[in-house]
Design a protein around this ligand. Structure first.
Ligand code: GLN
Length: 192
C-alpha cells in the first residue's frame, strides 16, 4: 500500500485523507518535517494559501517540502496549486516555487466566488468531471514542460501536470468521484 501524506496545517485536508483511504492508500497527516519521511507522495490541500504559507514557515516546513516535492509525486488542489507555483500574479507570499506555472489567485472575483461545472479531463477518461471551484485560482502561464490537463470553455487552464507534480484549481476531494485520487496513486506507484 502507498503511504500518502496530506499537508494538514489548514484547509480541506481531512477530505483528502478520506478520499485517499477510499482509493486504497494509507493517508498520513503532515504537520512536522519528520512526518514527510517514508511517504510515497503528498497532497497540499485547498484552504487559504497565505495561512498555509505562514504556518509552513513557522513549522520549518518550507525547505523540507521543497525537497520532498522536488522529486516525489505531489499534488496541490486550489490553495495547494498556489503554493506549488513558481510565480503569482499580484501577490507576494511564501510559496514553494516548484512548478513552472504562473497563478492568479481568486481569479473569478467576488461575483463568481464559487461555482460548479462539468469539465472534460482526457487523462481521467470520457466521463465528464464535476469540478467544484471555491475562490479558485487559474493558471495564467505555463512552461514548455507543463502538460495542460483541463481548461474552462473560455480556454483558461485549471489543471496541469509537470512530471511528478500535479495541480488542480478545483476540489476533487469534495466530490464522490475517486478518479483523480486513483490517478494520483497510479503516478505515485509508477514513481516508486
Ligand atoms: N482563495 C484561496 C487562496 O487564495 C484558495 C481557495 C481554496 O483553496 N479553495 O489561497
Amino acid at each position: 500500500m502507498l503511504n500518502i501524506g496530506v499537508l494538514a496545517l489548514q484547509g480541506a485536508f481531512i477530505e483528502h485523507v478520506h478520499m485517499l483511504r477510499r482509493a486504497g492508500a494509507v493517508a498520513v497527516e503532515v504537520r512536522l518535517p519528520e512526518e514527510l519521511q517514508g511517504l510515497d507522495g503528498l497532497i497540499i490541500p485547498g484552504g487559504e494559501s497565505t495561512t498555509i504559507g505562514k504556518l509552513a514557515v513557522s513549522a520549518g516546513l518550507v525547505a523540507p517540502l521543497r525537497e520532498f516535492a522536488g522529486s516525489r509525486p505531489t499534488w496541490g488542489t486550489c490553495a495547494g496549486m498556489i503554493f506549488l507555483a513558481r510565480e503569482l500574479d499580484h501577490h507576494a507570499q511564501p510559496i514553494l516555487g516548484l512548478m513552472d506555472i504562473r497563478v492568479d489567485r481568486n481569479a473569478f472575483g467576488r461575483q463568481l466566488d464559487s461555482f460548479e461545472m462539468e469539465l472534460q479531463i482526457p487523462v481521467l477518461g470520457d466521463a465528464p468531471w464535476h469540478a467544484i471551484f471555491i475562490r479558485a485560482p487559474v493558471v495564467t502561464g505555463a512552461g514548455d514542460d507543463v502538460e495542460v490537463l483541463a481548461r474552462l470553455a473560455d480556454g483558461r487552464i485549471v489543471a496541469v501536470r509537470q512530471g511528478h507534480l500535479l495541480a488542480t484549481a478545483f476540489h476533487p476531494e469534495l466530490t464522490d468521484d475517486l478518479r483523480f485520487h486513483t490517478w494520483f496513486l497510479q503516478l505515485a506507484q509508477q514513481a516508486g
